[in-house]
Design a protein. Structure first.
Ligand SMILES: NC(=O)c1ccc[n+]([C@@H]2O[C@H](COP(=O)([O-])OP(=O)(O)OC[C@H]3O[C@@H](n4cnc5c(N)ncnc54)[C@H](OP(=O)(O)O)[C@@H]3O)[C@@H](O)[C@H]2O)c1
Length: 335
């Protein structure tokens, strides 16, 4: 089979297209013919040696997020059957409950081989069936970005209709958060560096938009737009450089979910205390969250937003497109 490989976490140029033996399933295992994969910001960090969450083994098959069809099952497999359309879960070991320290060592495309290959063997427990109305490209966007957005909005204090969700930027996680919030009957305020991207998110249902380059004090603008109340949930992908303003954007007792670290800065913790704000870190989510999310995606007919699709042979170009940050939503690779 063909598999992309990262000989060492160094640069996008190091990615190499290799041939490997076709995998066979052992007991409890399943071979999936991968049909599409998608990129996350994490994949750029891994390829360029900037990923801090786990060591990267040599000759890693990259990318955590992919979907395909089951082609062969090993002895004892009961959860799936040949022909089933499936996606791998981000941390193969996190099936439900709270996150545990050992789950990080089971993260696809980081601690262990990922999905940018013709075939991949999974333990049957590491798969979910994909919603019937989404195609393989769309399903390939779900395991990391969508589950993370779902965990942000439903993992601690579930979002309610009529509440306000602030999403930062227009990348993969934020666009899923927008879609889930709209499906829940919540109001969305979206920020971006680009007015053209803000036009796109208004068309997707954002009630209000703020250009964070031209409106530096976007927290004040969020408070103005919510008549002084603030946002119930803030989907915080910026990190230290935006967190202070995210906290200032939250309502009294609101939740700021810390997801990404795209910026640097210093934080004064006092407004967290004064506002009774919960600042909560999340690391993607469990299989149980993925399955809950899939039911919501089906019930609401949600279609993931795909910015651009690249052929398998041009995988490095997909990385460069993500790096350019010109995208809205997800960047996908056909397999
Ligand atoms: N904790 C987790 O489990 C988890 C899971 C997934 C992702 N993440 C992290 O979350 C972040 C986003 O991931 P992604 O895959 O959605 O990335 P992505 O698709 O590459 O999107 C990144 C977007 O962030 C926006 N952005 C950049 N700087 C910003 C700033 N100062 N203020 C507001 N927005 C800013 C930009 O939006 P505009 O172009 O519209 O300005 C950019 O397009 C990354 O740091 C990633 O590592 C964490």
């Amino acid at each position: 089979m063909r598999a992309w490989s990262l000989p060492r976490p160094d640069s996008i140029d190091a990615l190499a297209l290799t041939e490997r033996p076709d995998p066979r399933p052992g007991p409890g295992q399943v071979v999936v013919r991968m049909r599409a994969a998608s990129l996350n910001f994490r994949d750029l960090a891994i390829a360029t040696g900037k990923y801090m969450m786990s060591p990267i083994p040599p000759d890693l098959v990259p990318l955590s997020d992919g979907a395909g069809e089951v082609v062969e099952c090993g002895p004892g497999v009961t959860r799936v059957a040949p022909g089933d359309r499936v996606a791998g879960i981000f941390m193969q070991g996190w099936l439900g409950g709270d996150i545990e320290s050992e789950f990080g060592a089971t993260a696809l495309g980081g601690a262990i081989d990922g999905v940018l290959a013709d075939y991949r063997v999974f333990d049957e427990t590491g798969l979910v069936k994909i919603p019937g109305h989404v195609d393989f490209r769309e399903a390939a966007t779900l395991p990391c970005a969508a589950v993370t957005a779902w965990n942000a909005l439903y993992g601690l204090k579930p979002l309610l209709p009529g509440q306000t969700v602030l999403v930062l930027g227009t990348g993969g996680v934020s666009i899923f958060a927008l879609q889930f919030a709209r499906a829940a009957g919540a109001q969305v305020i979206a920020t971006s560096s680009s007015d053209a991207k803000l036009d796109r998110v208004r068309a997707m249902g954002a009630a209000h938009t703020i250009n964070y380059h031209t409106t530096e004090d976007w927290a004040a603008e969020v408070r103005r737009l919510t008549e002084g109340r603030g946002a119930d949930h803030v989907v915080e992908v910026g990190g230290p450089g935006t967190l202070q303003r995210s906290i200032a954007s939250a309502k009294l007792g609101g939740i700021v979910t810390l997801i990404g670290v795209l910026t640097r800065g210093q934080i004064d913790p006092l407004p967290i205390l004064g506002g009774g704000v919960t600042v909560r870190g999340v690391f993607v989510g469990s299989r149980a969250m993925f399955e809950d999310m899939n039911r919501a995606i089906m019930a609401n007919g949600i279609r993931p937003v795909i910015d651009k699709v690249f052929p398998f042979e041009d995988a490095p170009a997909a990385y460069r497109h993500l790096k350019s940050a010109t995208h809205v939503g997800k960047v996908v690779i056909d397999i």
